[in-house]
Design a protein around this ligand. Structure first.
Ligand SMILES: [Mn+2]
Length: 199
């Protein structure tokens, strides 16, 4: 398990491969500097190495161009999907000084954010489809956050009946991580990333 522990945030990553495959068709990416945290999940179409060939483009591009806008990053990734199977991709950026999260997603990746003592849950809707190398419509959404807010980010290998109550019943990112490992159905390519936004 990869985890990040920092005054600005705490993050835990879980990934597994479809039963019988060595490699997951999902890829993920995290990067952090003093100004922002960038995080992405890519779910390659198909499974195994073929799926991986598409999804692994995303961490490679983000590692190099993490300073660019989310939509520019997705467009770079989209171009490189040409003649590959394609991938569902979601990226978010946490800006520490402005306390703003930006989110952009094409396809079936989910992001939720909850706040203690507040019944609302942030749940940005994706642009439908997947990155395929064809012209792609994109939409970045922005939200403010407060210290203590909890997020959950996952590929479609994770199925949750009630993400809101699962999140509200956990005491933080690590607790949520452990709860999900215990409760999700295992056996598909799956990635989930839980995080607590701190100062
Ligand atoms: Mn999947």
């Amino acid at each position: 398990m990869e985890s990040i522990h920092h005054p600005n945030l705490e993050v835990f990553v879980y990934q597994e491969a479809k039963k019988g495959n060595i490699e997951s068709g999902d890829s993920y990416f995290t990067y952090m500097n003093e100004d922002y945290f960038l995080c992405a999940i890519a779910d390659g179409l198909g499974s195994g190495p073929i799926a991986r060939q598409s999804s692994e483009i995303i961490p490679m591009i983000l590692a190099e161009y993490h300073h660019e806008s989310l939509d520019d990053l997705l467009l770079r990734c989209n171009v490189l999907m040409f003649k590959k199977r394609g991938a569902a991709v979601a990226i978010f950026k946490v800006n520490f000084s402005s306390k703003i999260i930006q989110y952009s997603c094409v396809g079936n990746i989910k992001f939720y954010m909850t706040r203690e003592n507040d019944d609302k849950m942030i749940y940005p809707l994706p642009v439908m489809g997947y990155l395929s190398g064809r012209p792609q419509k994109l939409r970045t959404q922005s939200y403010t956050y407060q210290p203590g807010d909890l997020f959950l980010f996952h590929s479609d290998g994770v199925e949750l009946r009630n993400p809101k109550s699962t999140m509200r019943n956990s005491s933080g990112a690590y607790d949520l991580h452990n709860t999900l490992i215990r409760t999700i159905e295992h056996g598909d390519d799956a990635t989930f990333i839980t995080g607590s936004l701190l100062q």
